[in-house]
Design a protein around this ligand. Structure first.
Ligand code: SAM
Ligand code: DTB
Ligand code: SF4
Length: 320
């Protein structure tokens, strides 16, 4: 596995666009099935009221947003959502909680039960619950969790401008704990927060030098939400998204690169370029965690028009 320097990654990012997409497409073809896109479903199991101050996030308690605070959902409700996600063609389900960190209490036991139930339906289960210890990550793994999402979000240098209630090392530590527990790692970030190109590169560099590299890297375009410090950020140009995805594909050849938040502002043509550049997953369903996402039927039309096929879950592949 090549160890990329920041300078090399920047050079990749700045490659003339068509050449960059072609290069990324070659790598994509080598390690993935062209046109195969994983459909993932997102569910916010505990919404809002978060003590952290992530400047992009509508769920931080300190910002005055329209998000309705909701305590942890019931296992039964979550199980029904998983059934619907499966009917809709999802092979992975990600549970999100607006927590700073996991605590060893009844709520955590409930999350473990949710993981067990969803896993038993043959879906890959991912969770994003904030910081976790190795012991907690092990409990999640034992319950059948497949992946843990914990985003770096931006570069180490830019981190303090976006979040002040924790630091980059906290983030990297949780990723280490997740790895030690034998879970797969999902970690990516957001573009469009006013960061420099160097910050995008810095984030990709940190992800690319992890060993093993993360199995999953979500690339989010900021969804600016009223009431957050980022409410007036201009939309991310599609070309930046394409460059970011192509660069991620090249420096993380085996990784699932997820075209995550922000698709509502992207045309089908724009998204097609992202798939050509190596994106091989989307979040489907009309809501991400708290913000809108394209309608399910629109995405299915896109799959038809572009000739995309939904990827099966790891569990379904074992059965086949
Ligand atoms: N509280 C946990 C944490 O921060 O790790 C998990 C939930 S948090 C909402 C998961 C991720 O959602 C964040 O790391 C961030 O990348 C993404 N996110 C949150 N708000 C966003 C927004 N407005 N636009 C794009 N991505 C966003
Ligand atoms: C990720 O990187 N993006 C997803 C998932 N991981 C959990 C979340 C996007 C959230 C967008 C803002 C919202 O809907 O609240
Ligand atoms: Fe809380 Fe996560 Fe939102 Fe930060 S991103 S405010 S930790 S829910």
């Amino acid at each position: 596995m090549k160890t990329w320097s920041k300078e090399e990654i920047l050079e990749v990012y700045n490659t003339p666009l068509i050449e960059l997409v072609a290069k990324a497409g070659e790598i994509h073809k080598q390690f993935h099935k062209i046109g195969e896109v994983q459909v993932s479903s997102l569910l916010s199991i505990k919404t809002g009221g978060c003590p952290e101050d992530c400047a992009y996030c509508p769920q931080a308690a300190r910002y005055n947003t329209d998000v309705k605070v909701h305590k942890l959902m019931d296992v039964k409700e979550v199980s029904e959502c998983a059934d619907n996600a499966k009917i809709g063609g999802a092979s992975r389900m990600c549970l999100g909680a607006a927590w700073r960190e996991v605590r060893d209490n009844k709520d955590f036991d409930k999350v473990l039960d949710m993981v067990k139930v969803i896993n038993s339906k043959g879906l890959e289960v991912c969770a994003t619950l904030g910081m976790v210890t190795e012991d907690q990550a092990k409990k999640l793994a034992d319950a059948g969790l497949y992946a843990y999402n914990h985003n770096l979000d931006t570069s180490e240098e830019n981190y303090n401008n976006i979040i002040s209630t924790r630091n980059y090392d906290d983030r990297l530590n949780t990723i280490k704990n997740v790895r030690k527990a034998g879970l797969t790692v999902c970690s990516g970030g957001i573009i469009g927060m006013g960061e420099k190109v160097e910050d995008r590169i810095g984030m990709l560099h940190t992800l690319s030098i992890l060993r093993p590299q993360p199995e999953s890297v979500p690339i989010n375009a900021l969804v600016p939400v009223e009431g957050t410090p980022m409410e007036n950020q201009p939309p991310v140009p599609i070309w930046d998204m394409v460059r970011m995805i192509a660069t991620a594909r090249i420096v993380l050849p085996h990784t699932a690169v997820r075209l995550s938040a922000g698709r509502l502002n992207m045309s089908m043509e724009g998204q097609a370029l992202c798939f050509l550049a190596g994106a091989n997953s989307i979040f489907a369903g009309e809501k991400l965690l708290t913000t809108p996402n394209p309608l399910y039927n629109q995405d299915m039309d896109m799959f038809k028009i572009l000739g995309l096929t939904p990827k099966k879950s790891v569990a379904e592949k074992v059965e086949a």
